[in-house]
Every structure is written in C-alpha cells, then in structure tokens.
Design a protein around this ligand. Structure first.
Ligand code: EPU
Length: 302
C-alpha cells in the first residue's frame, strides 16, 4: 500500500480537507511554487497526532506551511504533505490577560482582537501576515518587539503525537530564530499581555501599521524581508547603498521602496528569486564586505 492511499484515513473531520497535487503557489504570499503531492488543512489536535504517527510510519516528508508568508517553494514543488492548521488549531481564548492561541491563528487577527479587548503586547503584529506558529518558530518581530517577548509557554507535538508544554526559556528565542523547529509541529502558545486602554492600544497598532505601509512594499507579492539583518545594521540599507534597488532577474525585482524585499512582479519563478538572491549576496559582499544570510524559509529544494 502507498502512503497516498492511507492518507485519507487521517483526515476525518468535516472541517479538515485533503487534496492531492495542490499548487503551493496558491498558499504562499510570493505566489510562487509547484505542486505538493498532498495538501491538508487539519483542524483537530487528534488528527494532527495521527499525522505525526503517519509521518513516522511512512517516512514521508511533511511541512507545516503556516500562512505561507515567509516561504519560497521550488518550481518543482514539494514531494510530500503540505499542512495548514485551522479550526481548534487556530483558536483564540482569552482569560483576563492570559491568552491561549493556536499555531494556525493569523497574527493580524490576533493583533486586532487584542486591541479591541484592551490588551497590549502584540500591536506590532498587525503588519506581519504570518501565523502564530511561524511567528513562534521564527521569533517574528517588528518595531523593536519580537513575538517571543510576550510568550510564557509554547505547546509542541513530538513524533509520537504527544503534546509537550515548554517554558519560555525552553523555547530558546533569539533574533529571528528559536529552538522550536526540532519538534514535529508547534501547536500553540500561552501569551501574557498587559491590560491597558483600548484607544491607546489601537492607536499604537495603527501607527506601526502606517509606518510599515510607508516604508515597505505591500501591493506586490513578496515574502517579507529576504535577508536577516547583520548585527547592528539593516540588510535593506546595505542593498540600497550597493545600488541594487530595482534590479531585476526574470520576473523577480528588488523593491524600490525597501531593499530587503524581493517582489514577484511578473510571474517570477523560484529560480529567478534565487538567482537574484545570489546576485545581491555577491554584490553586497563586494561593495560592503558583508555577507548577507537569507531569512525566508525554503521548501522543495534539494
Ligand atoms: N534603509 C535604507 N534603504 C532601504 C531600507 C532601509 O536606507 O532600502 C534604512 C532606513 O532608512 C533605516 C534603516 O535602514 O534608517 C532601517 O530600516 P527599517 O526601519 O526599515 O528596518 P530594517 O532593519 O530594514 C527590520 C525588520 C523588518 C521590520 C522592520 C521594522 C529584519 C530583517 N527586518 O527591517 O522585518 O518590519 O525592521 O521594525 O529584521 C521581516 O522580518 O520580514 C521584516 C520585514
């Protein structure tokens, strides 16, 4: 029996979905990438646990793709199962200033819901289109705040399908990095936010958003910042002073608004993007002596 024949047994809830040969370009903000052999939207912890055991049993590659906002998928796609967490895995529960979130929840939704309730700490997240799970693994951030700062506990699932609660310290949050990608999946987190005034919090959230719209591109498909900032500097600034804004390879172009964004302006392929990444790295190295490292995750490349 092939794993593809056994997979439908895992996806049992009406709110979950399974499709074969799903184009991942549809599920990434870059709008780039070939097909996943299978694509699942999974809505319960028990189905996710079954998937963890399935992964172990069949040894088939599985990638939780979140909301696909920080992801470059290869032109030949992903020979495995792409997973998105929905339903109870995207929950949002509030008890005073303690907030329980599922990994599939979107950061802008969380940010807006917290401002309405007068809870401060995630105002920076309105302009980050990712999922809570991705934000935990990457320790996503903006405007001097990082998601890990407000997290007290993280729930992860191991290969046996067991959920384990980790403390903030055990999550090992660093700049755009954490220790969470060693588990099968991150399922959610507990946040501790500061109670405050609804109007002040909403205004703060909107000010951050305005700043983003003024300094970063938003109309064209992109995956956020392509490179990590080198210590004490901005990758965007280095790309800018290296004269690379507007530089184009195939359908991929360096934003003229912010140098650290690569835009899919005309049916770019993943190959166009990677060729542009390599060109930027080589030019910035030559002109500034600094070696830029990519931040965007890759899927389906050997
Ligand atoms: N700058 C330029 N030219 C550019 C871009 C920036 O001269 O093309 C200058 C700016 O004028 C400013 C400095 O560089 O003086 C820093 O720029 P900015 O405030 O935009 O911050 P950044 O360091 O480039 C970081 C994060 C962003 C986050 C912003 C806002 C990283 C890699 N980038 O960018 O995060 O939104 O701060 O807080 O950490 C992301 O991670 O995907 C991302 C976009």
């Amino acid at each position: 029996m092939d794993w593809k024949d056994a997979l439908p047994n895992i996806v049992t809830q009406p709110s979950s979905r399974l499709r074969f040969g799903e184009p991942l370009a549809r599920h990434t903000y870059f709008g780039i990438g070939g097909e996943a052999t299978a694509y699942i939207e999974i809505s319960t912890v028990s189905e996710l646990a079954a998937l963890a055991r399935f992964h172990k049993q069949w040894d088939v590659p599985i990638a939780v793709i979140g909301r696909g906002s920080n992801l470059l998928v290869s032109d030949t796609g992903f020979k495995g199962i792409g997973v998105r967490l929905v339903g109870e895995l995207a929950k949002l529960e509030v008890d005073g200033n303690v907030v329980s979130v599922g990994a599939g929840l979107s950061l802008p939704r969380l940010s807006k819901a917290m401002s309405r309730r007068g809870l401060s700490g995630v105002e920076f997240a309105l302009g980050i289109p990712g999922s809570v799970g991705g934000a935990l693994i990457m320790n996503a951030g903006a405007w001097g705040s990082s998601f890990g700062d407000v997290v007290t506990n993280v729930a992860v699932m191991n290969d046996a399908g067991e959920v384990i609660e980790l403390t903030h310290a055990e999550a090992n949050f660093e700049y755009r990095h954490s220790g969470l990608n060693t588990y099968f999946c991150v399922t959610g987190a507990t946040l501790r936010l500061e109670p405050g005034d609804v109007e002040t919090i909403t205004e703060r959230m909107q000010t951050f958003y305005k700043q983003k719209v003024e300094t970063q591109p938003f109309a064209e498909e992109n995956a956020g910042c392509m490179f990590k900032n080198p210590p004490g500097d901005s990758a965007g600034r280095l790309i800018d002073i290296s004269g690379l804004k507007g530089c184009r390879i195939g359908g991929a172009e360096v934003s003229t608004v912010h140098g650290n964004f690569i835009l899919n302006i005309d049916n770019a392929t993943a190959t166009d993007v990677l060729n542009l990444v390599a060109y930027i790295q080589q030019q910035v190295q030559e002109k500034t002596g600094i070696s830029l490292q990519t931040e965007v995750k890759r899927l389906g490349f050997d």
